[in-house]
Design a protein around this ligand. Sequence first.
Ligand code: SIN
Length: 487
Amino acid sequence: MNPITKLLKDKTLHRNLCLIDGEWVDAADHNHMAVVNPFSDEKITEVPVLTAEQVDKAILSASVAFNSWKSILVTARTAYLKKWNDLILQNAEDLATIMVLEQGKPFREALSEIQYAASYIEFYAEEAKRIYGDILPSPFPDTRIFIIKQPVGVVGIITPWNFPAAMLMRKVAPALASGCTCVIKPDKKTPLTAFAMMELSIRAGIPKGVINVITGNSGEIGQAFTASSLVKKISFTGSTAVGKLLMKNAADTLTRITLELGGNAPFIVFKDANIENAVTGLMDSKFRNAGQTCVCANRVFVHSSIIKEFSINLIKEIKKLKVGNGLDDNDIGPLISQEAIEKIEHLLSDATRRGAKLLRGGKRHKLGKQFFEPTVLSGISPDMEIFSTEIFGPVVTIVSFSTTDEVIKLANDTRQGLASYFYAADMNNIWKVAEALEYGMVGINSGAISSAYIPFGGVKESGFGREGSRYGIEDYLNIKYIHLKNV
Ligand code: SIN
């Protein structure tokens, strides 16, 4: 039996074909690619590499479905979404198991990601009812001015491997709630979670063509999205490099685009911070998904007067982390690939060569394969590559600072601007720092800030557009101004 199927209560949730116009379809030319378990390095299944014609068919199917989906009563759209949300929660354990097998994260985290993903559907099922228009005061005689909001149309959705469920639902839920239809391209490393969730969308009765899921050559699918006159918006979460390429290509068709790209989050601990809380917050932020999140603390700035106490407390907590197979009761799973491990090794060797001090870890874990030891480095400075690179692994880098102005300058010394965090007690300082940080999100005395209720997104090269909250649905809507004369 397939290694996934034997672990599932509902074996029919294991899907490895693409969803086009309500049908599960294989690659027309029988071309496939492997999905590999990052824990065992074994192939768990294969998924289709669709042909260009099949990709176009998926886009066309979403375009045809848009004509009816945009017009159905909002109560019906809400009902479909709520049913889907219920089914996802009912099948959360199976979905989490699929995610662990293809992504590697610990089961506990996978389960909480499924709940996090579902919370976007629940939120936007409600928000669909609040797509309000406006009547504006008119500067013209005998005239009324109305504003209505309409869905943009077909959305091309490209999602990453680090959160195979949450990043998907953060886009699909507001798209569907606003009346848009979509074509989804999950990351080729983690397509199975997306397929399983879409199987549940079928069971929720969401009409055919409203959601299509395709796998294949990433570059070609991105090109198909940006070149098609039927795709009216692209929403992408992934690397800054790919985001820039998509944006360049989208310029030709002026396709609207939302980009959630890489981060380089500062995590600042001021001298009046509660050190115990700051360590807990850092553990939450840094070691979630083995450090493979865009919002992970990437540079930890600690006031020089408390650096010793902070480091001792931190290492005490790190020693408690259990590393191993995500299916067992562990805190840190394997990293996604050998390249990820090699990148970390390179960053560590550059940092230590330039004077950083290794306080803990620093090498591949004895479990081998794709495991890396939870690591702490101190004495980090801006000339080291690790200071300006998104690490995407379980590595804490500590930078010492003395004044607020100095640390704000250091924290902002990056091209990224997604999440930032700081721990402090003085209210004047808190407000000053929150305003001065050049980031889309600021967590104060907290290392866990994500939710469906907040506008997630960045500034600078971390991209633009917001996901989640009432702001998130605006990205899927066009504003139309209606001018009515002779009133
Ligand atoms: C990300 O890493 O891209 C998102 C993580 C989150 O939603 O908290």
